[in-house]
Design a protein around this ligand. Structure first.
Ligand SMILES: [Zn+2]
Length: 653
């Protein structure tokens, strides 16, 4: 669906909500409080109610005993932001466009559950606990309250800091929000528990009681905090009108299928998540039919009596909660992480009943009833089944309304240093061009996971000798590895070996002509060697291939400044701004042009616009020659000082 038609359906939705909100649902008690708790990185099979013998999850288990437990709930994507985006829009990644963390954001045209509930008078609060759900990634849409998670803004300093606020903090915030709104009728609150995510460091006493199984210890801790929330909810007069949903965003490999964490593979370890729905007056039960997180938004809207005309991929699970098993249907899942980061093949799959297809040029087919561990690939025996599921998969990949799905968005990151730094860590967004032809299969390369993770740590520590060693090792095993080509090029540049760095960057361009990072690295290598003209030339080549790339456009203009090319200010900056009208960085360049042309007041006004749009590098501008006049201005100093304050405030959070 393109942006316009999605926005249009938002209008239609708002209209139909207005009508529905005046009516009353006759099917059962009216729900006017909705509570969703998403447990990050939580495997269904590690909870007591899903049969795990070592579990210490009494509070989630108790909810399952009185609500409905979905035995086969499928996560659409084994990463946090895309999965939550599906949860809160009722559509798949190919529709909302969020394929991965950090380099994507949920666009403003998305219609979120919070927006819809807010539009019918709900007070809304979201309590995310990790930076990947920070407000710049767009999931905050529709939430009145959305405290910024730690590191949510300062991605350069804490780019991969897998620390989050502990569940205790999240529950405290939610309880205090609820206390402050005791007299508010309609409430929607979402809590996100990041604790089960690696590293597994549960607090005392779980650190002691679960010394041998720290992941289970994190779950036990998160469950205890969930218990605090439940105690409060159960004691509230609104309890008989409260809908509670407990869900996992994705699971964790825990060394099965060779995967330690999550993101790159799509086995049940990471795709099968807990889903428990407790509705007032509903019968307890277990539901075997496969369902998806894409069903959560339609389910909630059904319960609150909002008759939505927005198009969903999901269905309402109210029937399932109340005893009518949902029908079998095709359920979609994907992982593009390996493709975007390493140049491996993209993984897409479909679930229908007990059948599960993970498609590639060497497809895998499993019957999960007979083979829950996915150890027995039936693809060569069950050729017809593979064909049928492939046909379903092709259909699921058609974007809603048959139009082009949203593409990766770089708009989330307005600081070029952050972007470069994230890229150095492996966050190389590739979009459609993420994999070379004949790309390696993730399952055949996943044993490189320890080296790739160690490499990311070495990059974060700027230990370039280690980065170089690891990249060379990875390339010896996986010669087209995108992360390794990129970072070897980077490590070589840090140690002034520009010619060799350029060769690896050119190899990247050769293998991944549709990925902007290759052009960026090659341009840097030329620039480092003193050849700015060649640097601008390679950026131009990149722009021929990727005319919509804001990053390439920006860097090309910066090179143009250095080369003192006159048309940069007269033609190129205005043209680029026409194309990327919301770009903060391009505004900084316009400001630079204005400063150069002796218009410091105008330059300052433009710079303020850039700050309003998210530019956070004002303090660094004192190195830019053209701004020397601006630096003297009181207002400029105030702008830079405000940024200082903002930064230290976020750092203390
Ligand atoms: Zn997650």
């Amino acid at each position: 669906m393109n942006r316009r038609s999605w926005a249009l359906s938002a209008v239609l939705l708002a209209v139909s909500i207005g009508l529905a909100a005046t009516g009353c649902d006759s099917r059962g008690p009216t729900v006017n409080r909705v509570v969703i708790v998403s447990f990050d990185t939580t495997r269904a099979d590690r909870l007591g109610c899903y049969g795990y013998e070592y579990a210490e999850t009494p509070h989630v288990d108790a909810l399952a005993a009185e609500g409905a437990l979905f035995e086969n709930a499928v996560s659409p994507v084994p990463t946090t932001l895309p999965s939550h985006s599906t949860m809160f829009t009722g559509v798949y990644p190919q529709d909302h466009g969020v394929r991965y963390n950090l380099v994507f954001r949920l666009g403003p045209e998305a219609v979120t559950l919070a927006e819809t509930l807010k539009s019918v008078g709900f007070a809304t609060a979201g309590f995310p606990s990790a930076f990947v759900l920070g407000e710049q990634y767009g999931l905050n849409q529709g939430f009145d309250t959305y405290p910024e998670p730690p590191g949510g803004r300062r991605t350069r300093e804490t780019p991969l800091a897998h620390n989050g606020d502990p569940a205790e903090t999240i529950v405290d915030r939610a309880l205090s929000w609820l206390d402050d709104r005791a007299d508010v009728d309609r409430q929607f609150v979402w809590l996100h528990f990041y604790d089960p995510h690696a590293p597994y460091l549960p607090p005392f006493p779980y650190s002691s009681t679960h010394r041998e199984r720290p992941y289970d210890g994190e779950l036990a801790y998160a469950d205890a905090q969930f218990g605090r929330l439940m105690k409060r909810l159960r004691a509230d007069p609104a309890w008989d009108r409260t809908l509670v949903i407990v869900v996992g965003d994705h699971g964790e490999g825990l060394h099965e299928h060779g995967e330690r964490f999550h993101a790159n593979l799509v086995y049940e370890t990471t795709q099968r998540v807990p889903l428990i729905i407790r509705a007032p007056g509903a019968r307890a039960g277990r539901v075997a039919a496969p369902v998806s997180l894409v069903d959560i938004t339609p389910t909630v809207l059904d319960y609150v009596g909002v008759d939505s005309s927005a198009e969903f991929r999901g269905i309402s699970l109210r029937g399932g909660v109340e005893g009518d098993a949902p029908e079998n249907r095709d359920i979609y899942f994907e992982s593009l992480a390996g493709s975007m980061n390493y140049g491996w093949a993209e993984l897409r799959g479909v679930r229908y009943g007990d059948w599960k297809l993970i498609d590639s040029d060497k497809p895998e087919l499993f019957n999960l009833a007979d083979d829950p561990g996915e150890l027995n690939n039936l693809a060569e025996l069950e050729v017809q089944q593979v064909e049928d599921l492939r046909a379903s998969l092709a259909e699921l990949q058609q974007p809603l309304n048959g139009e082009t799905a949203a593409q990766p968005s770089y708009e989330a990151i307005t600081d070029p240093e952050t972007e470069a730094f994230l890229a150095s860590l492996g966050y190389v967004a590739g979009g459609a061009g993420g994999s070379a032809a004949g790309a390696a299969l993730p399952r055949e390369q996943i044993d490189l996971e320890p080296e790739l993770l160690a490499g990311q740590t070495s990059v974060a520590q700027r230990d370039w000798a280690a980065v170089e060693d690891i990249c060379r090792y990875v390339l010896s095993r996986d010669e087209g590895n995108k992360w390794a080509l990129n970072n070897l090029s980077g490590a070589l540049m840090w140690t002034d070996r520009y010619a060799e760095a350029r060769d690896y960057a050119l190899e990247m361009i050769h293998l991944y002509p549709d990925v902007e990072q290759g052009y960026i690295m090659a341009a840097r290598a030329y620039r480092g060697a003193g050849d700015t003209a060649k640097s601008r030339e390679i950026l131009g080549r990149g722009l021929e291939k990727l005319p919509d790339s804001q990053g390439l456009s920006y860097l090309s203009l910066v090179a143009g400044f250095d080369l003192k090319i006159e048309s940069v200010c007269t033609d190129e900056v205005p043209e680029a701004l026409e194309k990327h009208s919301q770009s903060a960085l391009l505004r900084v360049l316009r400001s630079r042009c204005e400063a150069m042309n002796g218009m410091p007041e105008r330059a300052l006004a433009t710079l303020k616009d850039a700050v309003d749009l998210g530019f956070v590098g004002v303090r660094r501008l004192d190195e830019v020659e053209e701004f020397s006049e601006l630096l003297q201005m009181e207002e400029f100093r105030a702008l830079a000082a405000a940024e200082d304050l903002g930064d230290s405030g976020a750092g203390d959070d």
